[in-house]
Design a protein around this ligand. Structure first.
Ligand SMILES: Cc1cc2nc3c(=O)[nH]c(=O)nc-3n(C[C@H](O)[C@H](O)[C@H](O)COP(=O)(O)OP(=O)(O)OC[C@H]3O[C@@H](n4cnc5c(N)ncnc54)[C@H](O)[C@@H]3O)c2cc1C
Length: 382
């Protein structure tokens, strides 16, 4: 097999410690969190104490100043254990980087060290009941005055929605100005008029508190505007490649884990006097999944190198997300089939993974939107 070459010794040591953390601090509690519809606050703090949050954050903001790969290693270990409910990756490598990149020095000092420690949990709220793929259709409005902004509107499907202390909210700040009409404003827990709606009942990913958020004339100081007013859409586009690569990393790690569970099962389970692995169909299915996983792994690792070099472009990130999430859907389904009836039972990891990861083809830009991005670049058509 082609070895992975993107990690050094430090990364491997970190992987061991992340794996121990997952075994000790996450796996024993996970079934309870699934029932609760969210993970505990304590596990966020524990992850912070163990240096597992915001790994790429510079030391001046309380981070370890390591690279993006460390966060990806933690995420791979969560996928391996089938315990992805906490939105750590979103907090660490999507929300915190927005603040680092677009925030003022005062905002960075105010929020980032506490995010690194897991004391402040982050979320990002773009999607609304009437606008998801078509982000420019959002209606949440932030009215500017001398005192600050008054934010009114609502969001839906927001990862970490119940637990979040700090939410980057995409708002319109101008009703006319097209792509220059959107701004990013940070809302904080406790602001008057900022309410959580339902922790939504999903078909899977039950330990994740994906929620509705409501804003009823929330008064927000100017000091919470992230970056320049009117630049919100461009800021979002700027970070999307990283967000999509994260989904790709998670998808391929999940397929690799599913293969391991399935290989173990088909060797143990017998039918017609032989292990399920003894049927050619089983070996062919596993070979199909394995061969595609190996190809995709090489591409995704290469994309991570591109990202580290600051050279990952939107089209390669879209290709990575499109192919890995579509493949993950097929692969988890084929693996589940090899478990027979047990594959449909929640106590088997394959069942939970199958339901948990279905959203990956929808969230963060659907497969259709990924095809649009790739197709437009190919044809030059908009
Ligand atoms: C579990 C989960 C977590 C999420 N977390 C977050 C979060 O943290 N923050 C956040 O802001 N959002 C989040 N989302 C929302 C997610 O990003 C949106 O659901 C997604 O962007 C799709 O938007 P939509 O649901 O409005 O679907 P729509 O945009 O209404 O799309 C419906 C269908 O039409 C297709 N379609 C739309 N436009 C086109 C087109 N131009 N060409 C072809 N087909 C098209 C879509 O691909 C889809 O199949 C989350 C969603 C889920 C399920």
């Amino acid at each position: 097999m082609i070895p992975r070459t993107i990690f050094n010794e430090e990364h491997e040591l970190f992987r061991e410690s992340a794996r121990r953390f997952v075994e000790k601090e996450i796996e024993p509690y996970y079934d309870q969190w699934e029932r609760d519809g969210q993970v505990s606050r304590e596990v966020w703090r524990a992850a912070g104490e163990h240096g597992l949050l915001c790994c790429s954050m510079p030391e001046e903001y309380g981070g370890p100043g390591a690279d993006f790969l460390f966060s990806m290693i933690f995420m791979e270990e969560l996928c391996r254990a089938n315990t992805t409910g906490a939105g750590f990756h979103l907090h660490s490598e999507i929300v915190a980087p927005y603040i680092l990149k677009f925030g003022t020095e005062e905002q960075r000092q105010r929020w980032l060290p506490r995010m690194v420690r897991g004391e402040l949990i982050g979320a990002i709220a773009m999607t609304e009941p009437g606008a998801g793929s078509d982000l420019q259709g959002i209606k949440t409005f932030a009215e500017r005055s001398n005192e600050g902004y008054t934010v009114t509107g609502q969001k839906v499907f927001i990862t970490n929605g119940q637990l979040a202390d700090l939410v980057i909210v995409a708002c319109k700040t101008d009703r006319e100005a097209g792509t220059r009409s959107m701004s990013l404003i940070v809302l904080e827990r406790g602001m008057d008029g900022f309410d959580r709606g339902r922790n939504l009942e999903k078909i899977g990913w039950h330990a994740q508190d994906t929620s509705e958020l409501f804003f009823d004339h929330v008064r927000v100081p100017h000091a919470n505007l992230l970056g320049e007013e009117g630049r919100g859409f461009h800021q979002l586009m700027d970070q999307l490649a990283q967000e999509r690569l994260i989904v790709a990393v998670r998808s391929i790690a999940t397929v690799e884990a599913a293969l391991e569970w399935t290989i173990e099962y088909v060797n143990e389970r017998h039918a017609f006097g032989r292990p399920i692995a003894g049927f050619q169909n089983t070996r062919f299915k596993l070979a199909e999944v394995k061969s595609e996983a190996v190809m995709q792994r090489v591409f995704v690792d290469r994309c991570m190198q591109q990202l580290l070099a600051g050279e990952l472009d939107a089209v390669d990130a879209a290709i990575a997300k499109l192919r890995t999430t579509e493949f993950m859907g097929r692969a988890l389904d084929e693996c589940l089939q090899l478990f027979g009836g047990y594959g449909y039972m929640k106590e088997y990891p394959i069942a939970r993974a199958w339901a948990d990861h279905r959203y990956a083809r929808i969230a963060g830009g659907s497969s259709e939107i990924m095809k649009e991005i790739i197709g437009r670049q190919l044809t030059g058509q908009r």
